[in-house]
Design a protein around this ligand. Structure first.
Ligand SMILES: [Zn+2]
Length: 123
């Protein structure tokens, strides 16, 4: 596993993975980092931009309870640019490629802050 700073610079250098400027991924855990690459693969296959909008920083409007974002085990992806007819298939493919230890949730559907939340949360 790359040191966090190197991991982040690799992500930026790849260009295929875009990060919103204020995203914090410095304490991302390996199981979440793996999920970023797997999820990226799904987006690339569809030809959609892959944009991480939140890591350990708190998503806008998030409640004050501790979440797996704080632990480096969750991240959010932009979904507003995904054509609506493609959304169900994209979510299904993400769940399939990540497996049952990950939760994939479309949050705030249709709203300004809509995003796909992914967390590593083995049952
Ligand atoms: Zn989230």
């Amino acid at each position: 596993m790359l040191a966090p700073a190197r991991f982040i610079s690799h992500l930026r250098a790849m260009r295929t993975i875009q990060l919103k400027d204020d995203v914090i991924l410095s304490g991302i855990k390996p199981m979440a980092a793996v999920a970023i690459f797997r999820a990226g693969f799904v987006f690339w296959r569809y030809g959609f931009d892959f944009v991480i909008t939140s890591g350990q920083d708190r998503p806008k409007g998030a409640d004050l309870n501790k979440t797996l974002h704080d632990d480096g085990l969750a991240f959010d992806l932009r979904s507003k640019h995904v054509p609506r007819p493609n959304l169900p298939g994209l979510l299904s493919d993400l769940r399939h490629i990540l497996g049952e230890d990950y939760d994939v949730v479309l949050e705030n559907k249709g709203m300004e802050n809509e995003h796909i939340h992914i967390e590593h949360d083995p049952k």
